[in-house]
Design a protein around this ligand. Structure first.
Ligand SMILES: N[C@H](CCC[C@H](N)C(=O)O)C(=O)O
Length: 276
C-alpha cells in the first residue's frame, strides 16, 4: 500500500507524521526502523501517529515511536508539530486541541504567529514514576560510570529524563556519557540524558542524548525537564529560555502543583508517500 506522510520538525528534531484518522496502516518496530533510516528510508528522529481518540473527552490520540522502533510516552517538539498538522490537514478546526498520549494528556494551542503553546502536564519526581531504581526521591542522584561518579537529577515528563549540570555544553561528554546513562541499569526503561549549562537564572543551554535515537538538535521534554530541575533546585526562575543546538524554547513552571508550559515553533517541510 501507499502511505501518505508529512515530514516536519521542531527546532531540527525531525518527524515523520502519519494521519491514521483517514488512512489505515500497521507499522511495526522493524518497519519503523527501516523508515527512520536516513539513507535507506525517509529518515527521522521520531514517527508521530495521529489517531482517533479512545476517549470522548479528547480530540485525538497521539502516539510516538523513536527511530529504534520503541514506542514512548511523550514528545514535546512532536506535540507542536502534531497541532500544526491536524489544523493543516483539516482534521480539526479547533486551535485548542487536547490529545491523549501514553504519558498523559496534553493541551495544544496554536498561536497567531504560528508558534505552539503546549501544556505538558505536571512533572513527576517519585523514583517509581520516572522510573529510576533509587531508595527515595532526591534532587541529586549519583551512579558509577567506569569508576567516575556521575551526579544527576531525574524526573518524568511522561517520559524519563536525567539532567546533568555541566560548565559548558560545548565540551560536555555527550557522546561518551549519553549512551552509558541511557542504558544504565538504574533506569529500567532507559532514559533521555540532558546536559545543562546554566547561563543566567532565566537562561540555559542544553544538549540532549535522546533515548532510542541519540543526540538530537532539540528535545522538548528534555527542555522541560532541564528547566524544572533548575527551578526546583533554586538555580533558575520561570520562565526559562532554553537554547538547544536547533534553537530556543520557552519553558514556564510556576510550582510543583502546576503544569509545565512549553512554547516554540513547528515547521512542515514536505509531504510524501511511500510504499510499505
Ligand atoms: N526520545 C524520547 C521521545 C522523544 C522526545 C523528544 N523528541 C521531545 O521533543 O520531547 C523518549 O524516548 O522518551
Amino acid at each position: 500500500m501507499m502511505l501518505h506522510f508529512t515530514k516536519m520538525h521542531g527546532l531540527g528534531n525531525d518527524f515523520m507524521v502519519v494521519d491514521l484518522v483517514t488512512q489505515r496502516a500497521r507499522l511495526d518496530a522493524e518497519l519503523i526502523r527501516r523508515l527512520a533510516d536516513r539513507r535507506f528510508g525517509i529518515g527521522f528522529d521520531q514517527l508521530l501517529l495521529v489517531e482517533p481518540p479512545t476517549r470522548p473527552d479528547v480530540d485525538f490520540r497521539y502516539r510516538i515511536f523513536n527511530a529504534d522502533g520503541s514506542e514512548v510516552e511523550n514528545c514535546g517538539n512532536g506535540a507542536r508539530c502534531f497541532a500544526r498538522f491536524v489544523l493543516d490537514q483539516r482534521l480539526t478546526t479547533r486551535r485548542e486541541i487536547s490529545v491523549q498520549t501514553a504519558g498523559g494528556d496534553l493541551q495544544l494551542r496554536v498561536a497567531g504567529d504560528g508558534r505552539v503553546r503546549v501544556d505538558m502536564g505536571q512533572p513527576r519526581f517519585a523514583p517509581a514514576d520516572i522510573p529510576l531504581n533509587a531508595e527515595a526521591p532526591a534532587s541529586a542522584y549519583s551512579l558509577d560510570h567506569n569508576g567516575l561518579e556521575v551526579t544527576f537529577d531525574a524526573l518524568s515528563m511522561g517520559n524519563p529524563h536525567a539532567v546533568i549540570d555541566v560548565a559548558s555544553v560545548d565540551s560536555a561528554p555527550v557522546a561518551q556519557l549519553g549512551p552509558a546513562i541511557e542504558a544504565h541499569p538504574r533506569f529500567p526503561h532507559r532514559v533521555n540524558v540532558g546536559f545543562m549549562e546554566i547561563v543566567a537564572e532565566d537562561r540555559v543551554r542544553l544538549r540532549v542524548f535522546e533515548r532510542g535515537v541519540g543526540e538530537t538538535l532539540a528535545c522538548g521534554t528534555g527542555a522541560c525537564a532541564a528547566a524544572v530541575s533548575g527551578i526546583r533546585r533554586g538555580l533558575l526562575t520561570s520562565p526559562v529560555s532554553v537554547t538547544l543546538p536547533g534553537g530556543e524554547l520557552t519553558i514556564e513552571w510556576a510550582n510543583q502543583a502546576t503544569s509545565v508550559i512549553m512554547t516554540g515553533p513547528a515547521v512542515r517541510v514536505f509531504d510524501g508517500r511511500i510504499a510499505i
